[in-house]
Design a protein around this ligand. Sequence first.
Ligand SMILES: CC(C)(COP(=O)(O)OP(=O)(O)OC[C@H]1O[C@@H](n2cnc3c(N)ncnc32)[C@H](O)[C@@H]1OP(=O)(O)O)[C@@H](O)C(=O)NCCC(=O)NCCS
Length: 199
Amino acid sequence: MAVRHPPGPPDAGVTLTVRPTAAAPGLLLRSWTEQDIPAMLAAHRDPEMRRWLRHPITTAEEGRQVIQARRADRQAGTGFSFAVLQTDPGRVAADLVGGVSIRIAGDEAAAGEVGYWVAAPARGRGIAPRALDAVCVWAFRLPRTRPLERLELIHAVGNQASCRVADKTGFALSTVLPPLPPQFPAEGHLHVRLASHQE
Ligand SMILES: CC(C)(COP(=O)(O)OP(=O)(O)OC[C@H]1O[C@@H](n2cnc3c(N)ncnc32)[C@H](O)[C@@H]1OP(=O)(O)O)[C@@H](O)C(=O)NCCC(=O)NCCS
């Protein structure tokens, strides 16, 4: 993974890149922009996204609000959200294929929670695990008052694809969470990745 930091706050416009493999495309992870809204909305129309995401985005206005809220989170250090683009050799344009985010309660918090999605046509090629791993490595190295000690990943037990992403990305299963309706009608898995997993 490569990281490019422009001048400014440590995360301002940070770009992460993941090299291609024989089976999977190269990835570029960057902050969201309003130009991403049409592709974001198209991806969020998929029934799996509506089923498993806590807050699927359904209108352009929602998309704008989410992008603005994520900018504010980034400036406050309470969240980092990356658009994931697939880069193909010989093509200048890169297609939006997913999103990865981290929410952190504040600069003193030792833990953050990750979230992710991949657009339906791009699934099954290891995009989520590779993008998530790059974000985890970056987040554990962030200069913070209190460095992050662990990242948490929660998914509904029925979301087996998400459970596979957790397994492939070093998030060990920690606890089976009871249902908490109405937001969490089914049991969940809490997976945890420790900063020490890096070493
Ligand atoms: C979960 C998700 C992010 C996985 O992304 P991905 O880039 O496809 O991840 P992977 O390629 O590693 O595949 C993970 C699993 O998805 C399943 N899968 C494989 N091909 C698939 C395809 N074409 N379509 C859907 N799922 C597929 C397999 O179970 C795979 O596990 P395996 O590698 O052991 O076979 C993606 O399915 C998604 O966005 N789902 C909807 C949103 C969501 O559930 N987000 C997580 C909320 S907790």
